[in-house]
Design a protein around this ligand. Structure first.
Ligand SMILES: [Zn+2]
Length: 194
């Protein structure tokens, strides 16, 4: 698979040269389960996620996670996957609202001095506690703006990696160009056989 330094396809992130958004961090966490990899679960330890966070320019978060956080990371991952899998905003709300309430993911207004003030969730929290507040909040804001239709699961069986659809027409079907090509190659072989 054509991968970046952390072992994830470069087309998972909109702009690899700037820090990943919290929606993209949610994507990276959900994609720690990758059925094309052996073993499929990359959260047996923190190696992959730490590298992914560093490559996504979140060294701070990467350094704050410890092995004790793995069960909470897996629970957060499994819950957030439902938001990418559903095309029903009400179902997304049913998943995200309890996470938001449990994490007390309250947006706080932060004045910056020179630029405009911003709303920040999970302010002052670290590591897993920050992720438990920020990732559901980011996905909730994303769904409120774009709907669940812009979050998807790769259609290149058996891959179940998720993606954010930034295409103008909202027609993205695969998590990365590798899966797109893999499916095209399979269709080509099928055509040649028949
Ligand atoms: Zn895929």
């Amino acid at each position: 698979m054509p991968v970046g330094p952390a072992g994830f396809p470069s087309d998972w992130l909109a702009d690899p040269s700037s820090p990943a958004s919290d929606v993209e961090l949610a994507l990276l966490l959900v994609n720690t389960l990758d059925l094309l990899e052996d073993p499929a679960d990359r959260l047996r330890d923190l190696t992959w996620l730490t590298h992914a966070l560093e490559s996504a320019r979140h060294d701070g978060l990467a350094g704050e996670l410890t092995a004790r956080d793995l069960p909470r990371l897996r629970r957060l991952r499994d819950a957030l996957r439902h938001v990418f899998e559903t095309d029903d905003d009400a179902q997304a709300a049913a998943v995200l609202n309890p996470l938001l309430e449990r994490a007390r993911a309250v947006p706080l207004l932060v004045a910056s001095g020179d630029g405009p003030a911003s709303l920040r969730v999970g302010l002052g929290r670290q590591g897993i506690a920050a992720l438990e507040a920020r990732l559901p909040a980011a996905l909730a804001a994303f769904v409120a703006t774009h709907g669940t239709g812009r979050l998807g699961v790769c259609g290149s069986d058996p891959c179940r990696c998720v993606f954010v659809d930034r295409t103008r027409a909202g027609t993205r079907k695969y998590c990365c160009s590798y899966c797109n090509d893999r499916l095209a190659a399979r269709a080509y072989r099928r055509r040649r056989r028949s």
